[in-house]
Write a protein that binds this ligand. Structure first.
Ligand code: ATP
Length: 282
C-alpha cells in the first residue's frame, strides 16, 4: 500500500470552504544553523475548528508550535523559508507578546505553571495583557469551565495533581482572551479519566467558546476523536492529512498510530521504522 506525500494546504472541501485563520506555508525551520527540523510544511487551520498535528517523537510538532508562538529563537531555531500568517497577515516576525496580543496563545508541553503561586495568582499572571475588568471577566469564564480550579483557587499550584495543573495551564492561557489556542500534548502523563475531562473541555472551547484549537498529540486516537482535520508529521514533513474519518480508515494510520492491525493490536515499536518511511514517502 502506498500513501502519497502531502502537497499543499488542505484540498479537503470541508476545510477549504472555510477561511484559514492560521496558515503555515512552505515552512522550513533549522536549529543551530544546521539541524533541519521542518521541511517545506504547509498547514491550514480554519477558524472555529480543531486541527490536530500528529506524529511520533521528534517529528517536528513542537517546533511548529514554537514557531507559531515566536519562541523559536530561545532555542537557536530559525524559520529559513516560507511564512506563517494569521488572518492573512505574516506574523512570523512578531514577538511572543505581540502574538498573544493578536490572540495566539500556546499551552506548552509539561504544564508549566508557576509552582510557588496560588491557582488564582497563576490566572492573574495569565491576564497580563488585559485590564482589571477583563481579567475579572476571563477569570469567571475559566472558573465556569474548571469548577475544580475555583474550589482550589487559594492553593499553591505546585501541590496540585497533574490533571489539575493541566487545567490551570489551559486556564492561564485562556486568561489572555485568545482567538487561537495551541495545546502541546495535553494528555501527556495523565490517567485516562483525567484525559477524558481535559478533552471534554477542549471540545467546549470549540463548541461553546468558539475558539480555534491547534492540538499537538502523540495520542492519535484521542486527537482523531475530537478534531475536524489532522496532519501527520514524520521527520519534519507532512506525510498525510485529512479528516479524522479518512485518517482513521487508513491502514497505515491504524497500524502505526492507532495500534490496530489485521492481526489485532500492534505496537509501533514492533514495526521497522524504515518500512513505514519507505511506504509513506514513496
Ligand atoms: P516530541 O513529541 O518528542 O516533542 P516533536 O514532534 O514535538 O517531538 P520536535 O521537538 O519539534 O519534535 O523536534 C523536531 C526535530 O528538531 C528533532 O529532530 C529534534 O531533535 C530537533 N530539535 C528540537 N528542538 C531542538 C533544539 N532546541 N535544538 C536542536 N534540535 C532540536
Amino acid at each position: 500500500m502506498t500513501i502519497s506525500s502531502h502537497a499543499s494546504p488542505s484540498t479537503d472541501p470541508a476545510v477549504s470552504a472555510r477561511e484559514s485563520l492560521l496558515e503555515f506555508r512552505n515552512v522550513r525551520i533549522v536549529y543551530d544553523n544546521a539541524i533541519e527540523a521542518i521541511r517545506d510544511v504547509s498547514i491550514a487551520v480554519p477558524e472555529g475548528g480543531i486541527v490536530a498535528l500528529l506524529g511520533s517523537n521528534g517529528a517536528g510538532k513542537s517546533t511548529l508550535l514554537k514557531a507559531m508562538s515566536g519562541i523559536l529563537y530561545t532555542e537557536e531555531g530559525e524559520i529559513e523559508n516560507g511564512s506563517i500568517s494569521f488572518r492573512g497577515k505574516n506574523v512570523h516576525h512578531l514577538t511572543p507578546d505581540g502574538l498573544v496580543r493578536r490572540g495566539i496563545v500556546q499551552v506548552p508541553e509539561g504544564r508549566r505553571v508557576f509552582p510557588a503561586l496560588t491557582i488564582d495568582e497563576n490566572l492573574q499572571m495569565g491576564g497580563y495583557t488585559k485590564s482589571a475588568a477583563e481579567i475579572r471577566q476571563q477569570r469567571e469564564k475559566v472558573f465556569a469551565l474548571f469548577p475544580r480550579l475555583y474550589e482550589r483557587r487559594g492553593q499553591i499550584a505546585g501541590y496540585m495533581s497533574g490533571g489539575e495543573q493541566q487545567m490551570l495551564a489551559i486556564g492561564r492561557a485562556l486568561m489572555t482572551g485568545p482567538v487561537l489556542l495551541a495545546l502541546d500534548e495535553p494528555s501527556l502523563g495523565l490517567a485516562p479519566l483525567i484525559i477524558d475531562r481535559i478533552y471534554e473541555v477542549i471540545a467546549k472551547l470549540r463548541d461553546e467558546m468558539k475558539l480555534t484549537v491547534l492540538l499537538v498529540e502523540q495520542n492519535a486516537q484521542r486527537a482523531l476523536d475530537i478534531c475536524d482535520y489532522a496532519y501527520i508529521l514524520e521527520t519534519g514533513r507532512v506525510v498525510l492529512d485529512g479528516t479524522p474519518r479518512k485518517l482513521s480508515a487508513n491502514e497505515d494510520v491504524q497500524e502505526f498510530y492507532l495500534g490496530v492491525s489485521g492481526s489485532g493490536k500492534k505496537s509501533m515499536r514492533d514495526v521497522k521504522h524504515y518500512k513505514r518511511r519507505k511506504r509513506w514517502l514513496s
